[in-house]
Design a protein around this ligand. Sequence first.
Ligand code: PLP
Length: 740
Amino acid sequence: MVEKTLFDWPLLIYKDYDENLDFENRTKEILKNIPNIYTNSLDNFYKYFSHNQNISGIILINKNNIEEIVDYIRNINPKIPIVIFLTKNNNNFNIKILKKIDCTINIFEDTVFFITGQISNLITNYMKILRTPFFSELVDYTKECKYAWHTPGHSGGTMFLTNPIGKIFFDFYGENTLRSDLSISVPELGSLLDDEGPIKSAEINSARVFSADKTYYVLNGTSSVNQIIWKGRVTEGDIAFVDRNCHKSLNYGMVVTEATPFYMIPRRNKLGIIGPVNLNEFSKDYIEKITKKRVKMSALTNSTYDGICYNINKIKETLNSNVDNLHFDEAWYAYAKFHPLYAEHFAMTNSDNSIEHPPIFASQSTHKLLGAFSQASMLQVKDGTKEKIDFDVFNQAYMMYSSTSPQYSMLASLDVATAMMDYNGKELLNKTILDAIHFRKYITNLNKEAITNGDWFFSLWQPKKVVYNEKYINFEDVPDEYLLTNQSCWTFNSKNNWHGFEDIEDNYVLLDPIKLTIICPGITLEGEYGDMGIPASILSRYITLKGVVNEKTDTYSLLFLHTIGTTQTKQEALIQALIEFKKDYDNNTPLECIFPKLVTLFPEYYSNQGLKDHCQIMHNYIKKSKLLDFMDKAFEIIPNQILTPAQAAKEVFRCNIEHLPVKDIMNRIAGVMVVPYPPGIPILMGGEKIDKNSQSILDFLLAREKFERIFPGYYSDIHGIKAFEDKDGIRRFHTMVIKE
Ligand SMILES: *Cc1c(COP(=O)(O)O)cnc(C)c1O
């Protein structure tokens, strides 16, 4: 069934010379019953090939450029059949070409029937290569059109057809989505929880592809993955050593396991970008200084939101099995395995056996940067060099967080995401990274041009200079191919401080080229404010109105993610939006034209201002109020932990709490964590106390609260804080503290 559908894909044929009539007739005859598209423009051929995936094979009938064409095809698609049609006079190919093609056929030497059969075989084989362990079985099963007397109760969607609202739903999602929404009552497809059948095969395939010893498919996102890992390995009173730059789900991990956490504090630079944890924090001496007990679990975010990726082997070596379990939260980073630029910088990296390590866990939001449905994540496990995991035990934690009715389309998407990366992950990433490099150079050149003319433009947080041919040369002048293939271009070292982190260890972390941090004028890497400044929140509001939405907004920087699906048009739209911002800024265009809603809502604050005035007023305020300094200090300290996260959570669920304005929380214990976005790092965890020692946290929150009163409409997102007007009409931050 599947094969038949895929046979509808045409062959793509390229021909570069006018052959004699015999040849033409013969070709036509051979291809009579196979759908095909043909061109004799090489340019068209390349365009069609790179824009269309539904091609069943390539036939080349040409004399020139064979090597170039074959390379072009293989750089995009490693396995699509390539057949070269020969006449007597063009049959000398070198080994390099022969290795990359499937066959050459002299079309006069055999019968038409036989040659057609040969081509069909190649196509059939290609279609088999494209099958994946679970998704393909799901498709086959769905096409068998069986009556479903089992859940889900919508019965392949027919329930929706009984009602007009349901009909709209059915039509929107389409029959396939609903027919393939099956349950574990279908034995042919296996079972997620019993770990059998095609689902098991898919997980085994993922483990192979991601270099894990075992992979679990998890359908409630990495939020659940993180808790499963902890639940399966940590119990009450165990010591955990945790990156303070962790996702909130790790906090819940601590709550459900009743662990006692200690924190690693990541560095921050003067722009407010979060850097790596000090490597020496993984050393035996350091850990012994922090706690006398053995560390049960150590957790680190890799990469950070800003794209800093750790050299995992360095960490393993430094740790030297000083902790029982290592957990890397790679929610944003599941692609790292597939490109040599990230070698050694991802959790499942294979190290030589001389490096001892405990069991290693990685959580990956497959849905975030690979192709899977939202909430579909993977949990990857690598056994320790000595300690092997008892998976029957670990499985208990997995089942605790798993529904007994898993969504099969989500499982299929994990299977497909795996197969896609296995098929041509490196090629896909080559293109993605190259596109990101082009973008980086583009912005850098625009910036250079502006500066030369005494003007301003945005810049990127990236190496200014790169060692190339043993000399430091400007980033934008280094060949793309070199930046694509040399990790050293992206690794941090102390000699070339473009990043702003002090005392950086050499070759310990690298910047992921596809995470783009755009820096606005306003503050230098040394923390000096410029006269002129553009707060990133204004730029972000502006480009959002132009239909360009960024991932994260800091004080003077914005983060954009380049992903495998990023198109050139999307890039250009971003650049265009930046240019338009610059035009409106330079013209000081009235805010009424730019943010009409904002001005209508708060006329007493924003009318009669131009965009430039607006930026300047906010910049001056940030500068004068030392908002960034407050933030710096707030993130530097870890408050006294009076209760563990679990103990605090118990008080919360006993309703033994009060809701207080933040101004009144001095000497009180936080009930829930308080996490400002950005940077998304908790400044307070449940159970931690605000006191003299942690005054700076209070100062920061109050400074931010005041900022939002002065610039209404520029509201921050702080988890754990609710902002509303008190009875006196003043908008204040409120949070939950534990009753005294
Ligand atoms: C998004 C995220 C998570 C949670 O992942 P979901 O798949 O959204 O549940 C965990 N950790 C980090 C670092 C994240 O960014």
